[in-house]
Design a protein around this ligand. Structure first.
Ligand code: PHB
Length: 374
């Protein structure tokens, strides 16, 4: 090879390497869309705190790339989510949109994730259908059916025969109602009534009265985390606890954030959930979906060598498995949804404080809704 050919070869290699070198200099941008104000603000604040904690522990660079988080408050209003996702993708050129405190917000962003070929990482919302709305969606939170199906099995085995379901009238409530009722009836249980109440500022009292009048063994309740305090207060005021009507359901109603202030009427409530402040691990919190979401992004970037386009990231996320503070979890390679343990918990007093105390584990639960549709 003469000198000019050698020089050309060197130049060619250099040019080929240039594009990758160019992206390698850029930060990986994560657009974090959360309800930092409004009715769901407690979810937003907890998830944000978990993202910050992860970065404090693991640094703000991975696979040679700096990680930059751009926080946007959508107040859980889907029109805001859509506008913010659009701006983040088009103007800020983010590699990932993440967060999503409620289902309507996660759904509103889905078409933009598809169009922009950007990963949408759901850290809080829980309706089964979300991950089916875009091939770029993955989830580190949970689905309602993951909790309500084991709940139904447990209820029948524990002698609960007659139930009234009570849910917030929107997608995750409908999921909780449907998946519980199907399983509970299959197992021999009877559903006396299926009650729905509005999502925004609900007054539960008249609905609790209707439930009490039906004289069930238990009410199976779903309210989004943040509303459980009011629900349990009105449950006690209407005397349902004294009438021996148990509270069961997914764990959102006895969210650890609100549980300490709920009072003794909540003692004995049995719920199924993926986390509890009483879980025997050093770190454990409702916002674990945010913590694990960051872990998934960091580990995925290690796997892609820092490549952060949507197709590379989502491909690398499929099948990823790790030990979370909540226990072993993985991303289902077929559905991009989370597979995790679901814990049965009973509200008890420990050292004078109320806790969701775990007493049984259902291992490695896939979203039952998607499993059933296959
Ligand atoms: C949801 O909107 O998906 C959602 C919100 C709060 C919860 C559970 C689900 O506690």
């Amino acid at each position: 090879m003469d000198r000019s050919t050698a020089l050309k070869a060197v130049l060619a290699v250099g040019l080929l390497a240039l594009p990758s070198a160019a992206w390698a200099q850029e930060p990986v941008k994560i657009g974090l869309i959360l309800p930092m104000t409004g009715q769901q603000a407690s979810t937003g604040k907890q998830i944000k705190a978990a993202v910050d904690l992860y970065m404090k522990e693991h640094g703000d660079a991975v696979a040679g790339r700096k990680i930059e988080v751009i926080l946007k408050d959508d107040a859980a209003v889907p029109d805001n989510t859509k506008r913010l996702a659009q701006e983040l993708i088009v103007n800020d050129k983010v590699n990932v949109i993440a967060g999503f405190g409620v289902t309507p917000a996660a759904l509103a962003a889905a078409p933009l994730a598809t169009e922009g070929k950007v990963v949408e990482l759901v850290m809080a919302a829980g309706t089964s259908i979300i991950t089916e709305r875009s091939p770029y969606i993955a989830r580190t939170s949970f689905t309602l059916a993951q909790s309500t199906v084991p709940m139904a099995d447990w209820a029948v085995k524990s002698g609960i025969k007659k139930v009234v379901t009570m849910v917030s009238d929107y997608a995750p409530g409908h999921d909780a109602e449907k998946s519980f009722i199907e399983r509970f009836k299959q197992a021999g249980g009877e559903v006396l009534e299926a009650i729905r109440f509005p999502l925004a500022n609900p007054d539960f009292a008249p609905f609790l009265q209707r439930a009490a009048d039906a004289k069930p063994d238990a009410i199976m309740v779903f309210v989004p985390s943040g509303q459980g305090g009011t629900f349990m207060k009105q449950y006690a005021e209407r005397g349902l606890d004294k009438a021996g009507i148990k509270v069961i359901g997914p764990g959102d109603v006895t969210d650890d954030d609100l549980l300490p202030a709920m009072g003794d009427a909540v003692l004995g409530a049995v719920t199924a959930h993926f986390y509890s402040a009483d879980h025997p691990s050093a770190k454990n919190f409702m916002s674990v979906g945010g913590y694990d979401g960051m872990h998934l992004i960091y580990e995925t970037l290690k796997k892609t060598g820092g490549k952060a386009d949507g197709d590379s990231l989502i491909a690398a996320m499929k099948g990823m498995a790790w030990e979370s503070p909540r226990g072993p979890i993985s991303i289902d390679p077929d559905t991009r949804d989370i597979i995790q343990n679901v814990y049965m918990r009973k509200v008890e007093k420990k050292g004078g404080e109320l806790y969701n105390v775990e007493f049984a584990t259902f291992d490695a639960i896939k979203d039952p809704v998607k499993a059933a549709n296959k």
